[in-house]
Design a protein around this ligand. Structure first.
Ligand SMILES: Cc1cc2nc3c(=O)[nH]c(=O)nc-3n(C[C@H](O)[C@H](O)[C@H](O)COP(=O)(O)O)c2cc1C
Length: 456
């Protein structure tokens, strides 16, 4: 059996004729209880097929009184492998909406989403929207059940599974961010977590990257901004683009360019990699002190000095290396310990290394993967412990600064580099075992020895 998606075929495996027959009803709706009854798998092959489709995010899950059309709620998976779960809920349990949950119009639908959720809920019944809005304040299940607009335990459990609803401990509840149960989550402002989860890959099903959505609708903007009216001061009198660079820095900037094709006959060496990291990312000094802007009882704050500037001297960015080809070093996944100037291997599956390299190859549109893919990851809490509203924006700015630092060092060492705009936060979380809101990728750069060009 194959699924056909946008002209691509996806093999689903071999199934017996009975399963093939039942699979047809997936077009209109296959009741869960026809293959899975209260967690007991009653039809293993149909279950296997459903799980395989779900692994690729190809199933939607409808809740309604009938499967013929009056769907009150449709669950759309946002991350691969989403499978609806209904954690047990007792009458005495108290539920509330997560502070990351939000409701918005999408086309003609109302969707209930959260950057924490692996699925979104398309809600067709305004009564359900009203009933869910009531959960902005904590509600006990027994009280909700007494109401005529009770949405049912199943929907509440499904929303809880997606962390759109959270269980509240009434003894602890004080409306504080910490109620959501994780110090690292408390650090995040709503808009920042949403921005992070939606502007990266892995946790949403929206189109991503260069999709040219406005071709034929809106013309592209010009490459250079049209001049303001007014009398110009012509700077070409003082410096001309054709004159020799005025300094080594100006030469370096002029020489820098993106390299996407690498010389795999002569890969980058471990010595070069060590020098590259030493010059760009190594911790040069550490010290700590009281925070002047806080009262005397403020905590000690630890600082480090590194070769590039960083917002608040927080230095929240970490380098992880996916090594494909490096002389003197095994293929694999490594963390650069910037304090010790050491590379520490992290055990991951070969398929995950392959997936990272293939992703970067795809982003660069090249026939071969890079020799090394550097993933720039942020320890988000290091910045957001201090900054409100601007934390994530600062992190992205820091990532830009670091990218240029890496580009310039590669240029000065005769190596090739290319920044990559996309990152997969789900894959990184799987490889490191770190939750996506604790530490995660915000930038990438491919490096290696450039393939000689005709001019060389
Ligand atoms: C933030 C950022 C993201 C980028 N993403 C990609 C990418 O995904 N794929 C790619 O081939 N090049 C990428 N590039 C490289 C740009 O395409 C390149 O810098 C631009 O075309 C200018 O060319 P130059 O770097 O050779 O001067 C990226 C550059 C930056 C700064």
């Amino acid at each position: 059996m194959f699924a056909r998606i946008n002209g691509h075929s996806l093999g689903l495996g071999k199934f017996n004729p009975d399963t093939m027959e039942r699979a047809q009803s997936l077009q209109t709706g296959l009741p869960f209880n026809s293959f899975d009854s209260d967690g007991q798998i009653t039809h293993p092959e149909v279950h296997l097929l459903a799980r395989r489709l779900a692994a690729h995010g190809l199933l939607e899950y409808r809740l309604g009184s009938s499967f013929k059309g009056d769907n009150h709620v449709v669950i759309e998976p946002q991350a691969p492998n989403y499978w609806p779960q209904m954690p047990p809920l007792g009458d005495s349990d108290v539920l509330a909406l997560s502070r990351f949950a939000y409701l918005r119009r999408r086309g003609h639908d109302m969707v209930l989403e959260s950057p924490r959720a692996s699925a979104l809920f398309r809600i067709h019944d305004p009564q359900i929207v009203t009933a869910i809005a009531r959960l902005s304040a904590p509600q006990q299940i027994s009280n909700l059940r007494r109401r005529s607009d009770f949405v049912g335990r199943e929907l509440l459990a499904l929303l809880m599974d997606c962390q759109i609803l959270i269980k509240i401990d009434p003894a602890r509840e004080h409306g504080h961010r910490l109620d959501e149960g994780d110090n690292h989550l408390a650090f995040w402002d709503f808009h920042d977590l949403l921005f992070h989860a939606r502007s990266t890959e892995g946790r949403h099903a929206n189109p991503s990257g260069g999709t040219y959505p406005y071709v034929g609708l809106i013309p592209p903007l010009p490459a250079v901004r049209p001049s303001w009216s007014g009398e110009k001061i012509d700077l070409r009198r003082f410096s001309d683009g054709d004159s020799p660079p005025v300094s080594p820095a100006a030469r370096l900037l002029r020489d820098r360019h993106s390299t996407r094709n690498f010389d795999d006959q002569r890969p980058i060496t471990l010595t070069e990699l060590s020098q590259f990291l030493d010059g760009t990312a190594r911790v040069q000094a550490r010290w700590s002190g009281k925070l002047e802007e806080l009262a005397d009882d403020g905590p000690e704050f630890e600082y480090a000095t590194r070769p590039y500037p960083g917002g608040g001297a927080a230095y929240e960015l970490e380098l992880y290396l996916v090594v494909n080809k490096c002389e003197g070093m095994a293929r694999g996944f490594y963390h650069y310990d910037a304090g010790e100037h050491a590379l520490v291997p992290i055990a991951v599956r070969t398929q995950e290394v392959d997936a990272q390299l293939t992703g970067s190859q795809f982003a660069m549109g090249t026939p071969a993967p890079p020799q090394i893919l550097i993933i720039i990851a942020a320890r988000f809490g290091r910045i957001s412990w201090k900054y409100s509203s601007i934390a994530y924006a600062l992190i992205l700015k820091d990532a830009g600064v670091l990218l240029q630092t890496l580009y310039l060092m590669a240029t000065s060492m005769g190596l090739g580099a290319c920044a990559i705009g996309s990152v997969n936060i789900n894959l990184f979380a799987k490889m490191t075992g770190l939750e996506f809101h604790v530490e995660g990728p915000v930038g990438q750069l491919a490096i290696g020895r450039a393939r000689p060009t005709a001019a060389d």
